[in-house]
Design a protein around this ligand. Structure first.
Ligand SMILES: *[C@@H]1O[C@H](CO)[C@@H](O)[C@H](O)[C@H]1NC(C)=O
Ligand SMILES: *[C@@H]1O[C@H](CO)[C@@H](O)[C@H](O)[C@H]1NC(C)=O
Ligand SMILES: *[C@@H]1O[C@H](CO)[C@@H](O)[C@H](O)[C@H]1NC(C)=O
Ligand SMILES: *[C@@H]1O[C@H](CO)[C@@H](O)[C@H](O)[C@H]1NC(C)=O
Ligand SMILES: *[C@@H]1O[C@H](CO)[C@@H](O)[C@H](O)[C@H]1NC(C)=O
Ligand SMILES: *[C@@H]1O[C@H](CO)[C@@H](O)[C@H](O)[C@H]1NC(C)=O
Ligand SMILES: *[C@@H]1O[C@H](CO)[C@@H](O)[C@H](O)[C@H]1NC(C)=O
Length: 630
C-alpha cells in the first residue's frame, strides 16, 4: 500500500516536473509540448523516430530529414530541418540539442523545438508535413518573435528604414527561391554596420504558405527595430536578422534577379488582388456547398473517397474512353482526359491486367503509391478496378510532358531558369521516392516523357506503373529490366541489377536532354560513328568544350553559362559506372542547390552502351515485359 502511494507520488511529480521542464528549463529555446498524454509505447516509437532522424542526417549527409514509426498503431511523424548555411556536422550538433530538449516532452504527443540554426518537430498525425502551420495555439497563431535588446548605435540615422527595406526584400524573395531559403547581407554605410538576414520556409510547404508565413515574419521583425537583432519562429518559416554574422559572406544568396521580377509585377499584383478576392469569394461559396454535401458521410467514407472511384463514373467522365479524350499512350496503357463532377479535370490511365495474381500485386502497389505525396510527384487521386481493366485517376497536367518542350512541338519555349527548376524538381521528387517514404521506391523508368509539367512549369514525375517496391535492406535485387533504352543504367539494362542508382543514372541522362534540347538516343549527326548524347557530352567535357553542348535556343548570360556547365558535370557524375560512383538523389539535390557542384569527386569516362548486338538483345527481352516504347 505504502509502495503504491510512493509510486503514485513519484508518477505525479514526474509529470509535473517534465511539464515545467519543457518550458522553464530552456527559457531561451522556443518550444511546445502539448496534445494528449502519450502512452509509453508512443514514447518508445517517438524515441526511435528521433534516432532515425539523426541517423538520416549523418548517413545521408543532408540538412533535412523526416521519419515515422507506426508500430503498434502509435503513430509518430517527425521532421528535422537545418538552415542551409550549416555544414552537415554543425546541423547534427544543432539537431542533437533540439532532440535533447524535445525528449523532455512527456506530457504531450505533439512537440517542437525551435533553435536559431535548426528545428525539430513531432506529431501524432502525418498531415503536418503538408500543412505545417497547424493552428494549435488558442489564439490561432503558432509563430512568435524574439527581439534583441541592443539598439543600433546611432538611433538618429535611418537604420530602421534601411533594415525595414532589407527585410521586405527578404520577405518577397524567400518564397520565390527554389528551396524557399535566402541568406543575404546589407551594409549600412553611415552606421558602419552590416546586417545579416536569413529566412527559410519549412520543406514541403508550397510557395503560397511560405509567402503567408514570411508576411507575418516581416511584420513581427519590423516591430523589433531599431534593435540590432530579431528572430521569428514558426512551424512554416523561420526568419532572423542580426548584426552578428550568421553565415560567411560567400554563402550569400543573390536575390537581385528574384526581386526584379517582384517589383515589375506590382501592378499586375494589384489587378491580381482584386481578381483574387472575387476568386476567394467563389471558393468560399463552393466550399460551403461541398461541406454541406459531404458532411453526412462518416470519416471512414471520407478516407476511401479519395481512393475509390466508380468505374461507371469514370467511363462517363472519359466519354466511354473515346479516342478524342486520349492524352497519350504509355508503356502499359492509354491515358484519357476526364472531367469529373462537371468541373474537375483529371487524367485516367487505363491498364489491362489479365493475371489475377498480377492484379492483386498491382492493387497493393496502387494503395501504397496513393500515400506518396510530394509536390514533384504526380498525385494519384484514386483508382477503380473492373474485370481486367484497372483505372488510375491522376492529376491532370495541361502542359503535358517535358519531351515536347525539348524537341517536340514546343521546342525552345523553356528558358534556363525554368529548366533549372525542372531539374531540381525531378531531383527532389526522386529523393523523396528513395528516402522519405517508409519503403524505398525505385522508379526504374525515368525519362523526359515521364516528366509532366504543371501550369507553372514545375516538374511532376509520372508513371509509377512500373515501380516495384523494395524493402529497405534489399537494395540490390536482381530483377527483370523494365526501363527504356537510352535512359537505363548499363548494369540494369545488361544484367538486371537494380538499385536506386538506376534512377540516378536515368536522371543524369534527362539533365543532359534538358541542357542540350536533344533526345538521349539521337545520334550526333556531325560524326560518322554512332555516338549517343551521353558520349557526345562526355567528349565535349573532356575537351573542356561542354559549353558547346548547351541548347542553342537558350539565351544565356555568362553567369548562367557557368551554372549550366556545372550542372552538366553533375549529370556526368550521375551517369558514372559502377553505380557506387553515382551520388544519391539527396546528394544531387544539395549539389544542385548549393552551387558547390562536384567538390572532390573526379569524373571518369562513363560506360557507353552502343553495341548493336547488345541493343537487339535488350530490345527483345524488353518486349517480353510488355514495354513498347523502345
Ligand atoms: C526515451 O528517451 C528518453 C531520453 O533519452 C529516455 O529518458 C526514456 O527512458 C526513453 N523512453 C523509452 C520508453 O525508451
Ligand atoms: C519503431 O519503434 C519501435 C520501438 O517502439 C522499434 O522497436 C521499431 O524497430 C521501430 N520501427 C521502425 C521501423 O523504426
Ligand atoms: C498550398 O498548400 C495549402 C495547404 O497544404 C493548400 O491549401 C493550397 O491549396 C496550396 N496552394 C497551392 C497553390 O498549391
Ligand atoms: C542584453 O543582452 C546582453 C547579451 O545579449 C545581456 O548580457 C544583457 O543582460 C541584456 N540586457 C537586458 C536588459 O536584458
Ligand atoms: C539614409 O541616410 C543616408 C544619409 O544620411 C542617405 O544617403 C540614404 O539614402 C538614406 N537611406 C534611406 C533608405 O533612406
Ligand atoms: C567601422 O568598424 C570597424 C570595426 O568595427 C572599425 O575598425 C572602423 O574603424 C570603423 N569605421 C568607422 C568609419 O567608424
Ligand atoms: C567560404 O568562406 C569560408 C571562410 O569564410 C571558407 O572556409 C570556405 O571554404 C568558403 N567556401 C567556399 C565555397 O568558397
Amino acid at each position: 500500500m505504502a509502495a503504491l502511494v510512493v509510486l503514485a507520488v513519484l508518477l505525479l511529480t514526474e509529470t509535473a516536473i517534465s511539464q515545467s521542464d519543457t518550458h522553464a528549463n530552456y527559457p531561451n529555446i522556443p518550444n511546445h509540448c502539448r496534445g494528449s498524454l502519450p502512452t509509453s509505447d508512443f514514447i518508445k516509437n517517438r524515441n526511435s523516430t528521433l534516432d532515425d532522424l539523426r541517423m538520416q542526417l549523418v548517413s545521408k549527409r543532408v540538412l533535412y530529414a523526416r521519419a515515422q514509426n507506426l508500430s503498434g498503431g502509435n503513430l509518430v511523424f517527425a521532421q528535422a530541418q537545418c538552415r542551409n548555411y550549416l555544414s552537415v556536422d554543425r546541423c547534427v550538433e544543432c539537431i542533437n540539442i533540439g532532440v535533447f530538449n524535445i525528449l523532455k516532452c512527456t506530457v504531450g504527443d505533439s512537440a517542437y523545438v525551435f533553435l536559431d540554426d535548426c528545428s525539430v518537430r513531432y506529431e501524432a498525425f502525418a498531415d503536418f508535413y503538408n500543412n505545417p502551420n497547424v493552428n494549435e495555439e488558442p489564439d490561432g497563431v503558432t509563430g512568435f518573435s524574439i527581439c534583441g535588446n541592443l539598439s543600433a548605435s546611432q538611433p538618429l540615422s535611418n537604420y530602421s528604414q534601411i533594415v525595414d527595406d532589407f527585410l521586405s526584400d527578404i520577405r518577397d524573395a524567400t518564397p520565390k527561391t527554389s528551396n524557399l531559403y535566402v541568406a543575404n547581407i546589407r551594409r549600412i554605410a553611415n552606421e558602419n554596420a552590416t546586417v545579416y538576414a536569413v529566412a527559410q520556409c519549412a520543406e514541403n510547404i508550397n510557395q503560397t504558405i511560405c509567402q503567408a508565413c514570411m508576411n507575418i515574419a516581416y511584420n513581427k521583425l519590423k516591430e523589433c527595430l531599431p534593435s540590432t537583432e530579431g528572430k521569428y519562429f514558426d512551424n512554416a518559416c523561420f526568419a532572423k536578422y542580426s548584426e552578428t554574422p550568421l553565415f560567411s559572406d560567400n554563402q550569400t544568396i543573390d536575390i537581385t534577379n528574384i526581386l526584379k521580377g517582384v517589383h515589375s509585377s506590382k501592378v499586375a499584383m494589384i489587378v491580381g488582388v482584386i481578381g483574387g478576392l472575387v476568386l476567394l469569394f467563389l471558393i468560399f461559396v463552393l466550399c460551403l456547398f461541398r461541406l454541406r454535401k459531404t458532411s453526412k458521410k462518416t470519416e471512414q467514407e471520407d478516407l476511401n473517397r479519395t481512393l475509390n472511384y466508380n468505374y461507371k463514373d469514370l467511363q462517363l467522365a472519359t466519354n466511354n474512353f473515346s479516342e478524342e479524350n486520349i492524352l497519350g499512350k504509355g508503356g502499359f496503357g492509354e491515358v484519357f482526359k476526364a472531367i469529373i463532377d462537371d468541373k474537375n479535370v483529371v487524367a485516367v490511365k487505363k491498364l489491362q491486367v489479365q493475371d489475377v495474381r498480377a492484379k492483386e500485386d498491382f492493387v497493393n502497389e496502387v494503395k501504397l503509391i496513393s500515400n506518396v505525396h510530394h509536390r514533384n510527384l504526380l498525385r494519384l487521386l484514386g483508382w477503380s478496378i473492373e474485370g481486367s481493366d484497372l483505372l488510375l485517376v491522376l492529376e491532370y497536367m495541361a502542359n503535358g510532358s517535358l519531351d515536347q518542350f525539348l524537341w517536340g512541338a514546343k521546342r525552345g519555349t523553356l528558358d534556363w531558369n525554368q529548366r533549372y527548376e525542372i531539374i531540381l524538381g525531378i531531383a527532389k521528387g526522386l529523393a523523396h521516392l528513395h528516402n522519405e517514404f517508409h519503403v524505398k521506391i525505385i522508379h526504374r523508368d525515368i525519362k523526359s516523357s515521364n516528366i509532366l509539367l504543371s501550369d507553372d512549369f514545375k516538374a511532376k514525375i509520372a508513371d509509377f506503373g512500373l515501380a516495384r517496391f523494395q524493402p529497405e535492406e534489399e537494395t540490390h535485387v536482381n530483377t527483370k529490366f523494365v526501363g527504356t533504352l537510352g535512359y537505363a543504367a548499363p548494369e540494369y539494362a545488361l544484367r538486371g541489377v537494380l538499385s536506386e542508382k538506376v534512377d540516378t543514372y536515368s536522371f543524369g541522362i534527362v539533365i543532359l536532354e534538358i541542357i542540350s534540347g536533344r533526345r538521349s538516343t539521337d545520334i550526333n549527326s556531325d560524326r560518322p560513328s554512332m555516338e549517343y548524347l551521353l558520349e557526345h557530352a562526355w567528349k565535349l567535357y573532356e575537351k573542356k568544350l561542354h559549353i558547346k553542348f548547351i541548347d542553342e535556343t537558350l539565351n544565356l548570360n555568362e553567369y548562367q553559362q557557368e551554372r549550366v556547365m556545372k550542372i552538366t558535370e553533375i549529370a556526368l557524375l550521375c551517369t558514372q559506372s559502377p553505380a557506387s560512383n553515382r551520388p544519391t538523389m539527396s546528394e544531387v539535390v544539395l549539389m544542385l542547390q548549393n552551387d558547390r557542384s562536384l567538390g572532390e569527386r573526379q569524373l571518369t569516362r562513363p560506360t557507353f552502351m552502343q553495341n548493336q548486338d547488345r541493343r537487339i538483345h535488350i530490345a527483345s527481352s524488353m518486349k517480353n515485359n510488355g514495354v513498347s516504347n523502345v
